[in-house]
Design a protein around this ligand. Structure first.
Ligand code: NAI
Ligand code: 15L
Length: 264
């Protein structure tokens, strides 16, 4: 891998992966609409870019061999904001990938594409999607876009339905959805380097005790999670209990299922 592009590099996961992706390519090109600071060394190129700006995205993608695409709105927001960053933005990324010969994308999808399933249900990656908001819809569209660009143009993508990737689980729901940074890093490595994946959808969750997702599709990547949220159980269960009628206790997407609509 000569040049790897990381979008969303100023974000929560981007700041972590900016360090951890360094061994995966000779040059890491980092990008965001938010400030990124100076290059961290000769291995790094810094290119600020608004994903909704088509010409800028084409300049950004030119010369790259693969893309780890984290950039975009990462929470529930009014549709117009999601449209610019996540829908037009992703289209710009794939069109630029097609034009400039990029063969592999790792797409940060989300558990919110299946957020309206109950926490009592166990899903694999082939389950019918049930997005829990505009954000989840944009990720669902993103997975369809990835499939289309493989079928039509042969660009391979691993769409990772990330659960909750933070230093530690913040609440009871995240005991099921938590993905450690180490497991995420190993998953991205396999998603970049495993041959002939086509468009593959996998769940991004650590080996947590109460998982909701049958992640057998991830075996194709030779990835199995090494970490577990269990080490945080006592701390999380010291929090006040959540009512059984609370969306955080009912739905896989938790509170996202009850956000919006906006502007009424
Ligand atoms: P974040 O919100 O911290 O980072 C997203 C980055 O995208 C930000 O730095 C932001 O400035 C940038 N961005 C937003 N609009 C942009 C635009 N128009 N042009 C260029 N850059 C833009 O989110 P986080 O947690 O780092 O997540 C990274 C990715 O992973 C996101 O796509 C998110 O949807 C996805 N994800 C994250 C999960 C998590 O638990 N952290 C769970 C599921 C999915
Ligand atoms: C996501 O998709 C969000 O980007 C992240 O901020 C968390 O809210 C996560 O899902 C989650 O469901 O915990």
């Amino acid at each position: 891998m000569q040049r790897l592009l990381l979008t969303g590099a100023a974000g929560g996961l981007g700041r972590v992966l900016r360090e951890r992706l360094v061994p995966m390519a000779a040059t890491l090109r980092v990008s965001d609409i938010a400030p990124l600071g100076a290059p961290r060394g000769p291995h790094e190129e810094v290119m600020p870019c608004d994903l909704a700006d088509k010409a800028a995205v084409h300049r950004l993608v030119e010369g790259c061999d693969a893309i780890v695409h984290l950039g975009g709105v990462s929470v529930e927001r009014p549709f117009e904001e999601i449209l610019e960053a996540n829908i037009k933005g992703l289209f710009n990324v794939y069109e630029a990938a097609r034009r400039h010969g990029v063969r592999r994308v790792v797409f940060a999808s989300s558990n919110h594409v299946i957020g309206f399933y109950r926490q009592t249900e166990r899903l694999d990656a082939s389950a019918l999607r049930r997005p829990d908001g505009y954000y989840g819809l944009s990720k669902s569209f993103g997975e369809d876009m990835a499939q289309f660009y493989f079928d039509r143009h042969g660009i391979e993508t691993v769409s990772i339905r990330i659960g909750s990737s933070f230093p530690e689980p913040a609440n009871r729901r995240m005991m099921s959805t938590w993905l450690s940074y180490d497991d995420l890093t190993r998953l991205i490595d396999r998603a970049l380097y495993t041959r002939n994946v086509g468009h593959l959808v996998v769940y991004g969750a650590s080996a947590n005790r109460d998982v909701w997702w049958d992640n057998h599709a991830a075996a194709r990547l030779g990835w199995t999670p090494q970490d577990s949220s269990e080490i945080f159980r006592d701390k999380v269960e010291a929090q006040p209990p959540v009512a059984s009628t609370d969306p955080n206790a009912l739905y896989q997407g938790g509170g996202f299922t009850a956000q919006g609509p906006f502007g009424d």
